[in-house]
Design a protein around this ligand. Structure first.
Ligand SMILES: [Zn+2]
Ligand SMILES: [Zn+2]
Length: 382
C-alpha cells in the first residue's frame, strides 16, 4: 500500500506548496539528527524528508495524487538510498533552505551588528499616600549601563579602528561540512572569533574593554503624577540600559509602592477613614473636625441619631483621577462607642433615661412584650 505522504506531514490532500514547506520545516527542526539524537526521530525524519520530496516535485506529487508511490520503482531504480542523493530535490542548498528557512533565526546570514538595543530596567520606589494622591517629583538613583565616554560606543582605543575578522573574512559566520546519511550536511554558525560581527577590535577601549558601555550610577528625577496607585509603573523612555556597542537605551520603569497611612486607606480614587463618636454625640448629633490628607481642616456634620457603621461621604475629597478630571470621595466610617465605667451619677442618669424611653424592661427572648429595648431583636433560634 502506498505511503500517505500528506499524512506524514500532517497535511491533507490539496495542501499548498507553502503549507508543505512550512510543515516540513516545523517537523525537521524537531526531528533533525543534529538536534534530536533519538533513533526514532531519525527514522521519522527520513519519512518526513521523503514525504517532502514526494510532494514538492510536481511529477512525484502527481503520482502520489493518483494513489501511487513515486519512490516505489522497484529494486535498483533510483539508487535506493537517501532521497536527497537524487536529482529532483535540487541539491544541498534546498535542504539547508528548507531546513533553516530564510529568516528562521537559526544561522541567519551575514555579519550581525555589534550594536544592539539595551535592556529595560525596573526600579521600585516607596511613596507615602500623600505623594501618590497629590503627585511628587522623586530623585531616584539607579545603577545602569551608560555610553562609554572614551570611545562613545565604538569599543576601540582612541585612534584605532576595528579590522575585518580573518577567521570568517568578515562574513560573520563559519561553515562546517559533515558527512551523514543525508550526504553532506553543511551547518553554518556564528564566527567564534568575532561573535558573528565580522570585525575584531585589535585594541579595545581601555575604559569599557570594547563593550561600548560602562556601569554607572545615575540620579534621575521622576515626576510622579497625582493619582498613581500602588503597583503602577511609570515608563521613562530611553532611560534604561545603553545596549552593547553603545546601542539605543531601553526604557526605565519605575514601580510605585504605596506605604500604608496611619489614618487614611486608599481604594482607587476613594479614601476611607474611621471616626469614633461617643454614644451621646451619635444620638444628639455633632460637628466633627477632621484633618484631611492634604492637611486641610474640615467640619463633618454628624446628624442626630447616627448609627454605628454609618458612612459619611465627603465628595471630591478623595484622590485625583489619573486619566480624567475630578477627584474621588472621602468616606468617613462612623463607629459609636458605648460608654464603659460609668460613675454613680452617670449610671443614675442613664437609668432614668432608660425609664423615660421605656427601655428599662427587657423583653422576652421570643421578642414578645411591648416597646421594650429588645423587642426588635430577632430571635436567632426561631
Ligand atoms: Zn569605551
Ligand atoms: Zn569572524
Amino acid at each position: 500500500m502506498a505511503t500517505d505522504y500528506y499524512g506524514v506531514l500532517g497535511l491533507s490532500r490539496g495542501a499548498s506548496d507553502a503549507d508543505i514547506k512550512k510543515a516540513y520545516r516545523r517537523l525537521a527542526r524537531d526531528l533533525h539528527p543534529d538536534v534530536n539524537p533519538d533513533p526514532e526521530a531519525k527514522e521519522r525524519f527520513q519519512e518526513v524528508s521523503r514525504a517532502y520530496q514526494a510532494l514538492t516535485d510536481p511529477d512525484k506529487r502527481r503520482i502520489v495524487d493518483l494513489g501511487g508511490d513515486p519512490f516505489d520503482t522497484g529494486p535498483g531504480a533510483g539508487g535506493g538510498g537517501s532521497p536527497f542523493g537524487q536529482a529532483g530535490f535540487g541539491g544541498l542548498g534546498d535542504i539547508m533552505d528548507a531546513f533553516f528557512g530564510g529568516a528562521a533565526g537559526m544561522g541567519a546570514r551575514g555579519p550581525r551588528s555589534r550594536v544592539r538595543e539595551g535592556d529595560d530596567a525596573l526600579i521600585r520606589i516607596e511613596l507615602d499616600l500623600e505623594q501618590t494622591v497629590f503627585g511628587t517629583t522623586e530623585e531616584i538613583t539607579v545603577d545602569t549601563a551608560v555610553l562609554c565616554g572614551t570611545c562613545t560606543g565604538a569599543g576601540t582605543a582612541p585612534g584605532t579602528h576595528p579590522v575585518t575578522c580573518t577567521t570568517c573574512s568578515g562574513r560573520g559566520e563559519v561553515q562546517s561540512v559533515q558527512r551523514s546519511f543525508l550526504g553532506q550536511v553543511v551547518s553554518t554558525r556564528p564566527c567564534p572569533t568575532c561573535a558573528g560581527t565580522g570585525q575584531v577590535i585589535p585594541e579595545p577601549c581601555p575604559e569599557c574593554g570594547s563593550e561600548g558601555r560602562v556601569r554607572a550610577r545615575r540620579t534621575i528625577p521622576v515626576k510622579v503624577p497625582a493619582g498613581v496607585e500602588d503597583g503602577m509603573r511609570i515608563r521613562l523612555t530611553g532611560r534604561g540600559e545603553v545596549g552593547p556597542g553603545g546601542g539605543p537605551a531601553g526604557d526605565l520603569y519605575v514601580e510605585i509602592r504605596e506605604r500604608p497611612h496611619e489614618v487614611f486607606r486608599r481604594d482607587g480614587e476613594d479614601l476611607h477613614c474611621h471616626v469614633t463618636l461617643p454614644m451621646t454625640a451619635a444620638a444628639l448629633g455633632t460637628t466633627l473636625p477632621l484633618t484631611l490628607l492634604d492637611g486641610g481642616e474640615t467640619d463633618v456634620d454628624v446628624r442626630p441619631g447616627t448609627q454605628p457603621g454609618t458612612v459619611l461621604t465627603l465628595r471630591g475629597q478623595g484622590a485625583p483621577r489619573l486619566r480624567a478630571t475630578g477627584r474621588g470621595n472621602l468616606l468617613v466610617h462612623v463607629d459609636v462607642q458605648t460608654p464603659t465605667r460609668l460613675d454613680a451619677e452617670q449610671e443614675k442618669l442613664l437609668r432614668e433615661l432608660a425609664v423615660l424611653r421605656g427601655e428599662d424592661r427587657p423583653a422576652s427572648a421570643s421578642g414578645e412584650g411591648h416597646g421594650g429595648l429588645f423587642s426588635r431583636v430577632r430571635n436567632p433560634f426561631k
